[in-house]
Write a protein that binds this ligand. Sequence first.
Ligand SMILES: Cc1ncc(C[n+]2csc(CCOP(=O)(O)OP(=O)(O)O)c2C)c(N)n1
Ligand SMILES: [Mg+2]
Length: 1231
Amino acid sequence: MRWVEVAARRIAQHASRGRSGLEWPRFGSRETALRWGEPFGPTTWSRALAGRVGRPTGKARSKDGGSGGQGSKPATRGPIVALSPDQITEPKHELAQLLWKFGLPCGMDERENAFPIFYADSKIDMSLDDMKELMRTHCVACIKCTMNNTIVTMTDYKGAVKTQCSAGSVGFAGPKRGQPGRRAAACSRAAHARVGIPDVPCTSQYRALRAFASESKPHAQQQARPSQQAGTAGAPSVLGLNVASPQQQPPKAKRDPFPVLSGGKLDPSESFMTGTNAAVLEQMYDRYMEDPSKLHASWVAFFNNIEADVKPGQAVALSRQSRNQLSKIPASMTEGRDLFQVSEDTIKLMAMMRAYRHRGHLVADLDPLQLNDSIDVDDVLVPYISRKELEPSYYGFTEADLDREFVVSGEIPGPAVRKLRDVYNLLRESYCGKVGVEYRHMVSKEEKVWISSFVENPNKSKFSVAEKKIILEDLARAELFEKFLSFKHSTAKRFGLEGGESVIPGLLALVEHGAALGVENVIMGMPHRGRLNVLGHVVRKPLEQIFHEFTPHEDPDADQYLGSGDVKYHLGTSQEASLRNGRRVHFSLLANPSHLEAVDPVVMGKTRAKQFFTDDFDRRKTVAVTLHGDASFAGQGVVAEVLELSDLRDYTVGGTIHIVVNNQIGFTTDPRYARSSPYPTDVAKTVGIPIFHVNGDSAEDVVRVCMLAMEYRQRFGKDVVIDVFCYRRHGHNELDQPMFTQPLMYKRIKEHPTVLNVYAKQLISEGAVTEAEYKEMHDTIMAEFNKRFIAAKDWKPHMKDWLASQWKGIQSPHIFCSPRKTGVKEEHLREIGLKTCRLPTGFRAHPLIKKIFAERRTSIELGESIDWATAEAMAFGTLLAEGTHVRLSGQDCERGTFSQRHAVLHDQDKPSNYIPLNNLTPKQAKFRVCNSNLSEMAVLGFETGYSLESPNVLVLWEAQFGDFANGAQVIIDTFIAAGEKKWRRQSGIVLLLPHGYEGQGPEHSSARLERYLQMCDDDPDVVPDLDSESTKQIQECNWQVCNPSTPANYFHLLRRQIHRGFRKPLVVMTPKSLLRHPQCKSSLSDFEEGTSFIRVQPDVTPGLKAPHEIRRLVLCSGKVFFDLFRERTKRDVEDVALVRIEQISPFPYDLVAKEIRKYPNADLVWCQEESKNMGAWSYVLPRLETTLRHFDLNPSRRIRYAGRSPSAAPATGNALTHAEETTALLNASLH
Ligand SMILES: Cc1ncc(C[n+]2csc(CCOP(=O)(O)OP(=O)(O)O)c2C)c(N)n1
Ligand SMILES: [Mg+2]
């Protein structure tokens, strides 16, 4: 039997059950159709189905004026919603344009977003030329094809839909034999063949289907309807073709256990048995008849059922589970609706839920000032989405639908079947209250589910009366503290928290909840705003101390502990505190510079170090918490850098909790000028972490969100952001006038009750507290502040306030630390040295690495020609063996920019690494070498923070090339150069900055030595009291800037960082070409016991003339020495001495004087390869003059400069010019 016959029989069965014949199901969109189609068979089948929506049928067209017979001239066609030429703008509408050109009105089905469907009510062809001809012949009225993702539907006036393919071509049938359309059909078959689609026999289907179509009665009425009706959203907006009007809906069908939905239509489960699909059906059926094993099981089951003449609706074999599920569908969900409508409803409901989860936050009640109310929200906060999307009406739901039930099982918490009204209310409460949640951008499904299960939980934590009182008291303390300070110091700036006080109960809850979840240490960083409040109420810095710091210089000794000091709203502290829940937490609030956000990476680094030193392997005991301003979080690039660090193996801290005190202003700048994104926190979306926006006037919600954030962090070990929408009650500081720039906002703020007032009123009205209780609370707090204020007068700073316990034994600059030798016993040196270049058996290292390591071994065994990288490895190795943790971080530092280090070896055959420095001795400390991300500021900030935690670690940051360090200038200026002076916190961080003029152009030559020297705080005019090793001089300076020229000196320089009683930052100019220079080598004896760092390298070259015969003393530093030495040797110059200054700062006055004195008849030259306005020249010149003066070394002597001329760019990009400049500076030095 042919399929057409089978189909005819089937349709007859439907008709006998009182159903109409062919009617096209309605879909909301193509996606909907796709989704709906999937359960019925293979995906390709579903896709085919999806394309066939909204099809007109023949009778209706006739009724609308269309001609009734094939080949007859088409009359005015039926209700076409025209797409006018000026609407046809996109290239993909080319076909529509053509239709229009030929005077054929066409419309576009706007629902089909991905594949616009053009409906043309006339005769056209598919290829553009053929189409013209076809149109002329009038033998085909409508064809559907896909061209460049555009589906064109052309239907003949009989509604016989032509065969279709989805591969960019077309198949159709219809024209009578001998008519021109026939040719077009052949054309399209050829096109099919071209794209590899088997052609389909169409004529027979065409006839059969035309026959069916003529039997299908309701179509005529249906076609008379102009367009989509209310309640049928998603039906085509053009042609009015396939919409079942409410009036026309047939009486409800009784539900049966195998649900066939009511609606007087072809049973939906078999609705694909229509003309459009005839070709496919026929193919499938033929195959089934031939060999069922060639078909998908779903097809076989279907045809088996057809063959068995099962009842209408039962041919598609649903699984038992599906049947069971279907039988549970509530009546109100299906009543009066067909299967497609029901599915459409469900999909729309899902879409609505999705909209809330994605965008509910955009309309949440977040702003205490309601500033956006007066402005079109679409312009300000919601530039790309309408509020409408969150309304049921957007999805076609009416008021009446609100009480209909839907199956929502698994999608939202609670019963499986819910009224639309309940779902809507739950979504609004969950996503549009005082908390807005952004989390759908996250990658992890598990995390999303975890968050939604909390947010959508209607019973989420409600506070007890006791808890509410705690929140009230915390809020009262926060507000009254600011009031008290403003009263006592009305003219002092304190950058108060007023307007954002709910952050204090939030932070306290966060810490307390964290402590209950295992947190023992909280490391915090924050800007100026609210700092004193946080110090006093969260970190528990004694209020006496805070009040005391408001009256500076009362105690002259205090400077010993306070350093050169900083403004009070930058100071940090470290404090052990007992919490209300009986637990204890150690707080560190880092001191911070004025540079907003610069402290963020420092907090992370300190946290990571604390985790390391406390074996906090899962990072749950120490938590980083950073506070931010809204403008700075959005504006400062370091925020993005820090977020990028957050999940990197060597930098993660298991999640930082970021709290943005979003007072909706930055100094005088409105948010719309402060960022391009709706929220200040949008940058955090890049790393897929949740963002909670919360109305700061709702203290309970702030507390709830803080607890949730802590819970998330402890559970998933990731960053989380809390955005507290609040306001700033005063100007930028208390002395600032905000009305100059934000008059309207500040008028509103003036009228706005304080956060405390809002909450107190709420609790009083709830009956949680009485007015009297509230007043008593208020008075008690004020009395306590008064008491502490009085006690502040007698407060004395203590050393313990400044040095944490792990820094015990580290001396302040006031206590002299004797110098220590940094040399190492020969056997130990050899043992460690050899282990640093040993390869484990079976490890397949790269052949070149084997060679390099063999050379290293030989140099150690022979005790000669030890190069830079070997010396560095020996410095690290000996420190590690002694128990000092070493951490080296920077871009590509594992291998080294110049392929010199090879600290991590990679097996060439398997994914296995070997780190020699972690395989030295069983008891050695940990070596961590970390390839960083491509950031300077965040990474250097991180390492600085790491170095602040403990003195028992050598922390090194290496720039890829020295000049890239300027990307981290803020960290260098504010933390490294000045940190100890401002905050009395020591750091032994080492900056390794590749430096040297090697003809590589302006950008890779100079590490900008001059900048580091310019920041040195040693007095150029005063020679300090130098002891034998000048340690005291270093102790009193802010940092050391060195340019070692030998591997051994570099070895000692690194070890000296640890082998001393204090910590001091070290900036090292490190070599590039010298890494492989044959003369830049050291002997093992230079590393051995008794040796140490040499600040000035005298000239000990054999063959030089006697000192009094030396004509010139050339002072220099670093690589240029080797150029001078080579040239001097080449020219046989014997009366010029070359002396290297290895420690440029603090300046080695004593040793330089010794060298000058050694050569009484020599003139003095300073030689450098940098330009005159760069390098060390500006630093050394005044110090050399001071040396001559101080040590009475013929002070009238002139010191000559030999180096490059002043220049804007650090170096030339022309290799020839570079060589000429080098020759010139060598000539100037030696002639
Ligand atoms: C890197 C940096 N640039 C500029 C400033 C000057 N400045 C101090 S506060 C401020 C506004 C900060 O606004 P926001 O981050 O919203 O914090 P708020 O003061 O509102 O709490 C500016 C621009 C600064 N401190 N740091
Ligand atoms: Mg702000």
